[in-house]
Unconditional design. Structure first.
Length: 136
């Protein structure tokens, strides 16, 4: 796994999720990534990165796209919203909210632990807070 920044899409895990989403062209890829962070007792870095990226894509579909949202190869942003807007239900938003609570918790979360040890946690949490504000 590699990082080139603390942005939501600035790591290999998030890029892998985007690739899978585009390849399968299925909203279920996003839901599965979000659910995985909820069902794991010890949340691994890869799981957090993919769940955050999935939630960011849901936010973009919900027409709350960040300035750093990547350009997709298989569709334009307008096509993304048109194709998947009906999938962003209250249930999915509730799932995202539950996942965000786990993504930012201190215990049993490898991503938070590693970033905290490196002194980078506050900067990363700023990105997560921005996502949360746009979606909820």
């Amino acid at each position: 796994m590699s990082y080139w920044g603390l942005g939501i899409f600035e790591n290999d895990d998030a890029q892998d999720l985007i690739d899978e989403f585009e390849e399968q062209n299925s909203f279920s890829v996003l839901v599965s990534a979000i659910e995985l962070v909820i069902t794991d007792d010890l949340v691994e870095v890869e799981v957090v990165n993919q769940a955050v990226a999935a939630i960011e894509i849901v936010a973009a579909i919900y027409e709350s796209k960040s300035d750093s949202f990547p350009e997709l190869e298989s569709m334009t942003y307008s096509e993304l919203v048109f194709n998947f807007n009906n999938n962003v239900t209250k249930t999915v938003l509730s799932l995202c909210e539950d996942a965000m609570a786990i993504i930012t918790r201190m215990e049993d979360n490898m991503q938070v632990e590693i970033l905290d040890n490196q002194g980078l946690l506050e900067d990363w949490l700023d990105n997560i807070d921005d996502l949360s504000e746009r979606l909820f």
